[in-house]
Ligand binder design. Structure first.
Ligand SMILES: [Zn+2]
Length: 431
């Protein structure tokens, strides 16, 4: 719908509301923040004509119910609806007068033009920012924001400066991670694509950084392989059932692939799964020391989570997903990541379509980090591959191959690679 048409619809709807209900309502002609009077208008009284607006509103109401509270919603989306700025549908809560300094204890906390989920978002605030509070109710607080009276959700304001270790209360939807509690995390059957997993009785473990340098970001570290019985089960390559577009351990054209393969064996006889686990443990400690929370998919020789379960858990708990592997060539060719094949049908398939550029940004950052510590890099640092992990990933996600059967996997080598990967993660979140 064009904006002008949408605006007309909004005005037409407004007229309908007056005609049908005769209710007095406050009208804001701009997204300014000085609204003080409100009348409730029942949604059922509003003309049926604008399904689009209602759908958006229902979604917003739903997101308000969840743990994400008032934070994390797209400011762009919220402020782009002219209708919302014109009709106020909520009764303003009674406010107790206050005159105090408060601090934001959330990330991306929405600042609204009036106290309600329909209030236009006029800005966002981050943890530790100071505000003057002039009014308080249990649900909403009135604050001075850039010289105007605006409203933020009371539950994310504190009267003392929040401490870094209190960031578990982080509520940003984009940091789904930060909302999760430390400890074991299994596959929630309600999560998107969870149904596609065949092996999911195991648990990942979330570790929270506890230093003053906490970053509020969760990195999923996925030690490749290590699921006993995983090679005798098959899962769909793509959520839409289409066949694989490149050949790797599974041939192009196949619609199903091994749920978790057993991995290769290094030239010296060491199983790949042992080395990926050892490196994952090194990376975990380095990331925690640098203030990242870490979601460990596997910390022993066996975890009963297939590649889809690993990916879906990362989608819902982490801000990025790094699967650690070594390749099956023998010439110590160097590190590279599995990039998203430049095949139109694959790049158009969700969730690849919405995320493949993020996957590349993460892969490029990790390669830059590895290059920075002097690790050997293969060619341009990437090889196109259609992987199950990529095909189900909804957060920045890569399979990175740190070398191959011929590569050194001594403790010193893993320490160097661990530094490179941790540098790459820092680089990724800085960009
Ligand atoms: Zn592997």
């Amino acid at each position: 719908m064009k904006r002008t048409e949408f605006l007309k619809k909004g005005i037409r709807k407004w007229k309908n509301v007056l005609a049908v209900t005769g209710v007095m309502a406050a009208v804001a002609l701009s997204s300014g923040c000085q609204m003080n009077k409100y009348e409730k208008i029942e949604l059922s009284e509003i003309s049926e004509e604008d399904g689009e607006e209602e759908g958006r509103k229902a979604k917003e109401a739903e997101s308000q119910k969840g743990a994400s509270g008032d934070s994390g919603q797209s400011a762009h989306e919220a402020s782009s609806s002219p209708v919302k700025a014109e009709i106020i549908r909520e009764t303003a809560p009674e406010m107790e007068a206050r005159d105090e300094v408060v601090f934001v204890d959330a990330t991306d906390l929405n600042v609204r033009s009036f106290p309600g989920a329909q209030g236009a978002v006029v800005g966002t605030l981050n943890r530790g920012e100071q505000l003057k509070r002039t009014g308080y109710s249990q649900s909403w607080s009135r604050v001075d924001y850039q010289g105007r009276e605006c409203y933020v959700s009371s539950q994310y304001l504190t009267t003392s400066q929040p401490k870094p270790q209190e960031t578990e209360t982080d509520v940003s939807a984009s940091e789904g991670a930060s909302a999760a509690q430390a400890g074991e995390i299994g596959l929630n059957p309600d999560w998107k694509y969870a149904d596609f997993s065949k092996i999911h009785s195991g648990k990942a473990v979330l570790y929270k950084a506890d230093g003053a340098n906490r970053k509020g970001k969760v990195v999923c570290v996925n030690a490749g392989h290590g699921t006993s019985g995983g090679s005798s089960v098959k899962t769909l390559c793509h959520p839409d059932g289409t066949p694989k577009v490149t050949g790797g351990s599974t041939a192009a054209g196949a619609t199903t692939a091994i749920a978790v393969s057993s991995g290769m064996t290094f030239s010296d006889g060491t199983p790949e799964a042992k080395v990926t686990l050892a490196l994952a443990m090194v990376v975990k400690e380095k990331l925690l020391a640098r203030g990242f929370d870490v979601l460990m998919i596997r910390e022993s020789d066996d975890v009963q989570l297939d590649n889809i379960a690993r990916t879906v858990i990362a989608n819902n708990v982490a801000d990025c997903h790094i699967a650690i592997h070594y390749d099956s060539t023998t010439n110590d060719k160097g590190a590279f990541y599995m990039s998203v094949p430049n095949i139109a049908s694959y790049r158009a398939m969700e969730p690849v379509a919405s995320h493949w550029q993020q996957h590349h940004a993460l892969g490029d950052s990790l390669i830059a980090g590895l290059r920075g510590v002097g690790a050997k890099i293969y060619s341009g640092g990437k090889i196109d591959m259609d992987l199950t992990q990529t095909s189900y990933s909804m957060v920045p996600s890569v399979d990175i191959e740190l070398g191959d059967k011929g590569s050194d996997h001594s403790a010193a080598s893993l320490d160097k690679l661990g530094n490179g990967l941790a540098d790459g993660v820092e680089l990724f979140f800085k960009n």
